[in-house]
Structure formats: structure tokens, C-alpha cells
Ligand binder design. Sequence first.
Ligand SMILES: Nc1ncnc2c1ncn2[C@@H]1O[C@H](COP(=O)(O)OP(=O)(O)O)[C@@H](O)[C@H]1O
Ligand SMILES: [Mg+2]
Length: 223
Amino acid sequence: MTRIFVTASGTEIGKTFVTCAFIHQLRSTGRRVAALKPVASGFDNAAIEETDTGALLTALGHPLDSNRIDAISPWRFTEPLSPDMAAARENRTIPFSALVEVCTTDREADITLIEGIGGVMVPLDDTHTVLDWIEAVDAPVLLVTGGYLGSLSHTLTALGMLRSRDREVAGIIVDESVEQPVSLDETAAAIRRFSDQVPVFTLPRVSSYTNAPDLLPLLANYL
Ligand SMILES: Nc1ncnc2c1ncn2[C@@H]1O[C@H](COP(=O)(O)OP(=O)(O)O)[C@@H](O)[C@H]1O
Ligand SMILES: [Mg+2]
């Protein structure tokens, strides 16, 4: 079974939106899809439908019931902070080996999409970052970035860190930001000049992830 890890240059960039678009497109082509958002901060039990967990479950066509929520998001924290700090506020920690195990367990699916949290170098606890998590899961990575001012450096820094651990980057998706100083294509072209062979796709702002352009070519080698 294929696993893909969805990470980003930072938070609020488009990981969940892109993951939902992939879920929709994969399901539309008859693939059995599983998705995980194992660590979620800023989780509001009173508004599940607004959480990443709720968005993924809806895209998967599942009800937002507590068993499903526990299964796809075992570690949920109330404070909208980095996971290490959000957990500490609740006198909890994220058990790294259990986190990796949840992500590497075989599921009845052709592909499992794992949404990370924040960017590549967010701490999960006192000794592990998201990059350590990516390395331990050993899945190809989709890197979601934006068109905002500053994104080029954030994107290439994230890419450099992934490469420093020999991670396979399946693709970069430049997701249109609310404020962009240049066009999406200009940002994508600049990233391409520095990202070697990695495919770089663009995703304009659309009314729903169901209207996103075809992103499946990015997964062609993995399906
Ligand atoms: N291409 C897009 N078109 C329209 N809205 C988008 C697009 N990409 C992201 N968004 C919206 O931007 C916000 C942040 O995206 P999200 O996927 O939640 O980021 P992340 O998961 O990286 O924190 C969400 O409200 C999301 O619906
Ligand atoms: Mg998200």
C-alpha cells in the first residue's frame, strides 16, 4: 500500500485543502483512500466540521463520529500552538513511536495520505520534529507551498531539509495565497529553477477542492 506524507512550508498554507483534493480525485478514479491527520492542535470539539479531521472525514465520505475521529486523529489538542507546546499545555506528550506506528499500519486502502502539522521543522516534542516523523514513516512527500511574499525561501529551505535526510519529494504544489505579489506561475517558475527534477504544480484558488485541477499526475509513480 502506498503512503504519501503531505507537509508544507508552514501552517495555513493548504495541506488540508490539497489532501482533500487528492482524496476527491483518487476516489473519483476508483481508488480506495485512507487519510490521517494524526496530530491536530487548535482542535475544537464543538466544531468538528471545521477541523482538519472533519474536512478529511467528509472528503472520505465518512461520518464525523467519535470512532472515526479517534482513528484518524489520535492526538488532538485544544490550544492552537505547535504540537509540543499544545501537548504540554495539557500535561501530555506525543509518543513518537506510537505516532509512527499509526502511520505505518496497513489499512484497507490503495493509498494512505498522511497530513503532517505545520511545516517541516515544527517540534513534536523535546527531541523530534516533523522531519523526524517523515523520515521514520519513510513515505514520499508532497510539499505544499504558497505564492505569498517569502514563500520562495520557505519552500527551498523546506526542500533542502527534506533532501538533507534523503527524503523522496513526489512533488511541490504551489497553492495560491490570498495575497500574492506575483502570479502563481512566476512563483512556480522560480521554484523550478532551484528544485532540480521535482515536479512543481500550481493550484489556483477555487471555490471547493472538488474543483481543483488534476493533481494525480504527481502520484503517477506511486499508484
Ligand atoms: N486553492 C485554494 N482555494 C481556496 N481556498 C484554499 C485553497 N488552498 C487553501 N485554501 C483555504 O486556506 C485555508 C488554509 O488552508 P489549509 O488547507 O487549512 O492549510 P493547512 O492545512 O496547511 O494549515 C483554509 O481555509 C483553506 O480552505
Ligand atoms: Mg491542515
